[in-house]
Design a protein around this ligand. Structure first.
Ligand SMILES: [Zn+2]
Ligand SMILES: [Zn+2]
Length: 176
């Protein structure tokens, strides 16, 4: 194989780590959304996590999702409007599990690759976790405006890999 051919065949690092995040997401047992997240320092993988119930308790497939509805007030053209949002609250989100299973020292200056744009709570926690970059693939429109603003204020690089193609078998429909 000549050098030029190797270059075209070889995956770039973004694709490599997002592929891993998608493979990790297949461990999730919440039927609404399978989310995977990985922590990367330089080019070194330091942790993997997916959304799920705490170890040793019933998960969404065993006990069903635990749906919570929130009402959020937003200003639209200067007018207060109420928006309803449903979420499954049985699971600990992938990003939160990633923080539970990695060390603060490892996170300083690191990057999180996550299959889905983080929700507000995860984004808020990631903003205080030492990481300096978040790379995601699927959009999460419910929280995206305020999450993008938070990242901007915090100086965290926030990138969407919009041309990414998930590995076969790791992509599923999501409930928004
Ligand atoms: Zn669920
Ligand atoms: Zn979240």
């Amino acid at each position: 194989m000549n050098t030029q051919m190797q270059d075209t065949v070889r995956k770039d690092w973004d694709t490599y780590f997002m592929d891993i995040a998608y493979m990790v997401s297949t461990r999730s047992r919440c039927p609404r959304r399978h989310v995977g997240a990985v922590l990367v320092q330089g080019k070194k993988l330091l942790g993997t996590a997916y959304n799920g119930a705490p170890m040793g308790v019933q998960d969404c497939l065993e006990a069903g999702c635990m749906i919570s509805e929130e009402i959020e007030m937003k200003l639209v053209d200067g007018q207060e409007q109420l928006f309803k949002k449903q979420r499954c609250i049985r699971t600990i989100h992938a990003e939160q599990n990633l923080l539970l299973f990695t060390d603060r020292g490892d996170r300083e200056g690191s990057t999180v690759y996550v299959t889905d744009q983080p929700c507000w709570t995860c984004a808020n926690m990631l903003a205080n976790s030492g990481i300096v970059e978040i790379v995601y693939h699927r959009a999460y429109p419910k929280d995206s405006d305020k999450v993008a603003l938070l990242m901007k204020h915090k100086g965290i690089v926030f990138r969407c890999l919009d041309h990414f193609e998930p590995p076969a078998g790791a992509h599923m429909a999501v409930t928004t």
